[in-house]
Ligand binder design. Structure first.
Ligand code: ARG
Length: 455
């Protein structure tokens, strides 16, 4: 096949080179954005009288027809035409004749591919943010529905202090809020028009970049043509924001996998979101969560790929940069799939109150409350800590919980302890006493829920 760039070549491209260098097998997914960008470009060329207005009309009509053909599956992308950009341009020339060749006036694939990637990511970030919001709502719902459920809070995966399940769930809400913010931040730097940088140096033709920016809803245009065609920071940032999101989803997945184990028994997953074993009939496995955790690895891998692809490149465009797309696409697909399936699974999760609450019995969860009680009676915290430690040791020796101790047993360790101690060491009292801002007291958690809902 004769190449659009074939003018200076004597020989045909070798077959293996064609398949080695092609990108259309994956960048065809840009077609919509590629056409959208070309239409805006052509409108500008006509406005600037670089091409005739009737030429622009015929080009735009041709591009719209091609869009319909691609949409309906009639269009055949050809590997020999290398990438999505040249496939579409070639089809345009075939459709409307040599005037179609004017679409690429004052443009290079170097700025075109940056435009496509930015338009594409702009849309995908929007979708991802909606999915994140959906998941945040699911966490909020669980928090509202279970506002009275007290569970052991953990540090080092050891029972530490009683907390509200709602508080624990809302921790994920906050992580997701920051994740969404990171995508918004990435969007700010990505949302700048690259078109008009041309190959690397700008163009001699009288283009109007601000006009194209307006048509494509970019709030700004890039400042330096060399930087424009060399820059993939925005793609790195995108995958980095996605990696952080996946880290959070993976931690949640891990936690629920643990909670779903027979040993914990805190949660039951909906049947529709679990799978069986081919050999052990009793099994109900949390595969959705395991795969969410597992797929985090490929997103981190994508981040490493793109960083490594970019690190050695002299300015400006190098063909290495074609390798930016698959990590980006894989990240988009993976993140959306994980968010989607978790969104669907969350409402079906059942928290097993009996197991959760009874897990708060053992582990001396309210020991800190005894120390705080002593502090309120004027005992220095270090001493209070030591006294409480001895009380816990006493409990272990006598095989009793803190609530099962008698007042005289308490008094052996400190005269300052009175009968009001029992009011302070129930798990309910312990939770409700943590009224510091951001703490687990019901009052604070309810206030946070109300605040979130106001937003
Ligand atoms: N398919 C190429 C890419 O994805 C488009 C840009 C090609 N530019 C070039 N000068 N060969 O990077």
């Amino acid at each position: 096949m004769k190449k659009l760039w074939g003018g200076r070549f004597k020989e045909q491209t070798e077959g293996t080179v064609e398949s080695f260098t092609e990108s259309v097998s994956f960048d065809a997914r840009f077609w919509r954005h590629d056409i959208e960008g070309s239409i805006a470009h052509v409108k500008m060329l006509a406005k600037q009288k670089v091409i005739l207005s009737k030429e622009s009309v015929s080009i735009i009509k041709g591009l719209n027809e091609i869009a319909k053909e691609i949409e309906s599956g009639k269009f055949r992308f050809k590997e020999s035409l290398e990438d999505v950009h040249m496939n579409i341009e070639h089809a345009l020339i075939k459709k409307i004749g040599p005037v179609g060749g004017k679409v690429h006036t004052a443009r290079s694939r170097n700025d075109q591919v940056s435009l496509d990637l930015r338009l594409y990511l702009r849309d995908e970030i929007n979708t991802i943010q909606k999915l994140i919001k959906g998941l945040q709502k699911a966490f909020l719902k669980i928090a509202e529905k279970n506002i009275d459920m007290i569970m052991p809070g953990y540090t080092h995966l050891q029972r530490a202090q009683p907390v509200l399940l709602s508080h624990h769930m809302l921790a994920y809400y906050e992580m997701l809020e920051r994740d969404s913010g990171r995508f918004a931040d990435c969007l700010k730097r990505l949302n700048v028009l690259p078109l008009g940088a041309a190959a690397l140096a700008g163009t001699t033709l009288p283009i109007d970049r601000k006009y194209v920016a307006k048509l494509l809803k970019f709030p700004a245009v890039t400042e330096n043509s060399i930087d424009t065609v060399s820059d993939r920071d925005f793609a790195v940032e995108f995958i980095s924001a996605a990696s952080m999101l996946m880290m959070h989803l993976s931690r949640f997945a891990e936690e629920i996998i643990i909670w779903n184990s027979e040993e914990f028994g805190f949660v039951e997953l909906p049947d529709a979101f679990t799978t069986g074993s081919s050999i052990m009939p009793q099994k109900k496995n949390p595969d959705v969560l395991e795969l969410t955790r597992g797929k985090t690895g490929r997103v981190y891998g994508n981040l490493m790929s793109i960083l490594t692809i970019m690190k050695g490149l002299p300015l400006a465009y190098n063909r290495d940069m074609q390798e930016d797309k698959e990590p980006v696409f894989d990240t988009v697909d993976t993140v959306k799939a994980c968010l989607d399936v978790l969104n669907k699974m969350m409402p079906g999760m059942k928290f097993k109150k009996k197991n959760i609450v009874s897990a708060t019995d053992a582990g001396f969860l309210t020991a800190t409350d005894i120390a705080d009680y002593l502090v309120n009676k004027g005992v220095p915290f270090r001493d209070a800590h030591a006294i409480t430690g001895s009380i816990v040791k006493h409990c272990i020796d006598k095989d009793k919980t803190l609530m099962e101790l008698e007042l005289k047993e308490f008094k052996k360790y400190s005269k300052k302890i009175g009968s009001d101690i029992f009011k302070h060491i129930s798990i309910e009292a312990s939770v409700d006493a943590r009224k510091s801002f951001g703490g687990t007291a019901r009052k604070m958690v309810l206030a946070r829920i109300k605040n979130i809902k106001k937003k």
